[in-house]
Design a protein around this ligand. Structure first.
Ligand code: ADP
Length: 386
């Protein structure tokens, strides 16, 4: 937080009071200027920024109340403290109605004065911090908007040529139909790499779409158990390759939910891929489904490296990775293989739009457990085939 130097303007027509007050305020560490009447005070306020104005109420020409009104009109954020005698306490109350922050009674008790000014000073600091926070927030919202725009544009710019490359590669592989092993291998590598790039672009696309209108994905009723089971199917080989025990423990009965099947597939695959990446060889990953009367949960657990406690809330934000991205391994299956840090934001975005919630329980060095809770659809309507 930027440091704020609070400036006080002291207004009184009696020179002796000005001198006394000024000395006291300076001894308490405040930066003080003085004015001997309302006109001079207004002049000083328009030349300099004061956060606090302390004014006597009873002054010739322009009284303190008129000065207060003019100051509040032009500099509404300025805190004004009025000084008045016991006999004119009603005027002090009027001043409070006109926006004064506080009043000091004459004859002055300097302990009381110090306390009143300190209260006001803290109010000024709090208002300043609030303003800074509001500005920082607005700046963050602007940057977030720019990030989303950048993502959407680059994604679109990459998608189109990539679709063309993939199409022409397919045509090329049909035209070439070669017996030459080198040609076939080269084509295969090109197609596989284009496929991987396509997958990355698709994930980014979902994320940019998610930021805007994920709720517009067409919904239907379907069996969650069957869609989780089919999402696990192509993962067995990867777990076997890493010698990680993969336990799929799903109920035998259907559990109906409403949503997009593809979203469930994406959630399960993102979470299983993370469990695979962050669990060392010979570990264990399991997926299970549990239900209550109204809710169903998908539970994915691993015996992996776990997530540091201070990072657990952050990993659901876009592009956030715990590990240094410089240490990335590009493989998606290898231990600590790199990603883009968008998997969990995708999962969170999807779960939120399905009005569900996600819980993480992770202990560094022991493992992690991700639980996704979704609403069951209990209406007695026929189920659409998935
Ligand atoms: P990425 O696409 O890079 O995998 P994610 O958003 O899916 O990114 O995950 C963000 C980070 O959270 C990962 O880089 C990793 O550090 C951490 N993480 C996610 N899942 C696990 C897990 N099961 N075990 C340990 N760390 C994990």
């Amino acid at each position: 937080m930027e440091n704020l130097e609070v400036k006080i303007l002291l207004v009184d027509d009696e020179e002796i009071i000005l001198t006394l007050f000024k000395a006291a305020l300076q001894s308490w560490g405040y930066n003080v200027e003085v004015a001997s009447d309302g006109q001079q005070a207004l002049q000083k306020c328009s030349e300099n920024t004061f956060q606090i104005l302390i004014t006597d109420l009873n002054m010739p020409n322009m009284d303190g109340l008129s000065l207060l009104k003019r100051v509040k009109d032009r500099w509404p954020m300025m805190e004004v403290i009025v000084v008045t005698g016991y006999g004119t306490i009603e005027t002090a109350i009027n001043a409070m109605k006109e926006g004064a922050s506080d009043f000091i009674l004459k004859p002055v008790n300097f302990d009381q004065v110090q306390f009143t000014i300190k209260k006001c000073y803290q109010k000024v600091l709090a208002a300043h911090e609030n303003k800074e926070l509001r500005e920082a927030n607005a700046q963050l919202r602007k940057l977030n908007g720019l990030k989303n725009k950048f993502l959407a544009i680059t994604n679109h710019e990459i998608r189109t040529p990539l679709t063309i490359i993939k199409g022409y590669l397919e045509i090329l592989s049909m035209i070439l139909e070669s017996d030459d092993q080198e040609v076939n291998e080269t084509l295969e590598i090109l197609q596989r790499t284009a496929g991987e790039l396509n997958e990355t672009v698709e994930r980014m696309h979902v994320l940019t779409r998610a930021n805007r209108a994920m709720s517009q994905v067409p919904k239907k009723r379907f069996d969650l158990v069957a869609s989780v089971r089919s999402s696990c199917e192509n993962m067995h080989g990867l777990f076997k390759y890493r010698a990680i025990e993969f336990v799929v423990d799903l109920p035998q009965t259907e559990i109906i939910i409403e949503g997009a099947v593809n979203n469930i597939r994406m959630i399960v695959q993102e979470l299983l891929q993370n469990a695979l990446k962050f669990t060392p060889d010979n570990g264990k990953v399991s997926i299970a489904i549990a239900e209550t009367e109204s809710e169903v949960s998908i539970i994915i657990e691993d015996t992996g490296i776990g997530i540091p406690y201070e990072e657990q809330a952050l990993i659901f934000t876009d592009f956030y990775e715990v590990q240094d991205s410089i240490n990335h391994k590009t493989s998606k299956a290898e231990f600590m293989g790199g990603g883009m840090g968008i998997g969990l934001s995708l999962v969170k975005e999807i779960v939120t739009t399905m009005l569900g919630r996600i819980e993480l329980d992770s202990t560094p060095g022991v493992g992690s457990s991700f639980k996704i809770y979704l609403q069951k659809d209990t209406t007695p309507v026929p189920v659409t085939a998935h």
